[in-house]
Design a protein around this ligand. Structure first.
Ligand code: CO
Length: 142
């Protein structure tokens, strides 16, 4: 694959108030299963990744760890709902380089540690018509 190109839609992330309660809703209504739970201290969130039985795009639930979490602020302002979408990338540095060259406004100029042993970076929602877009390079050792 050409360097700096996005792969598939990896997950859609939803900000929630009560992770366990919402897990039950999504398991029951949509038949998803919990693949992985993780605390991401850096971002002040408890996360849960729910996937369809046969794999494919996941739903990532984000619950604030405390009131200082960016997710707390999001919930106060907008309530529960879609927080970001995430694309898988093979080479996050190459994607960020390309975006910088194009003058696309970024939240992260360089990758930071994400959940599930990934490296992630966010594109500013103002550059993406109001959608917060995450890029994730997954399952690679640092
Ligand atoms: Co995410």
């Amino acid at each position: 694959m050409e360097k700096g190109i996005l792969e598939n839609l990896y997950h859609v992330a939803i900000a929630v108030k009560d992770l366990s309660a919402v897990e039950e809703v999504y398991k029951t209504a949509l038949g998803l299963r919990v693949e992985h739970r993780e605390v991401v201290e850096d971002q002040g969130v408890n996360t849960s990744m729910l996937v369809p039985e046969d794999g494919g795009t996941a739903i990532e639930l984000l619950e604030p760890m405390d009131e200082n979490s960016p997710i707390s602020k999001f919930l106060d302002k907008r309530g529960e709902g879609i927080h970001h979408i995430c694309f898988k990338v093979d080479d996050i540095e190459a994607v960020l380089e390309r975006l910088k060259k194009q003058g696309v406004r970024l939240i992260d100029e360089s990758p930071r540690p994400g959940a599930y042993n990934s490296r992630v970076a966010f594109i500013h929602p103002k550059a993406m018509n109001g959608v917060l877009v995450e890029l994730a390079e997954v399952n690679k050792a640092d």
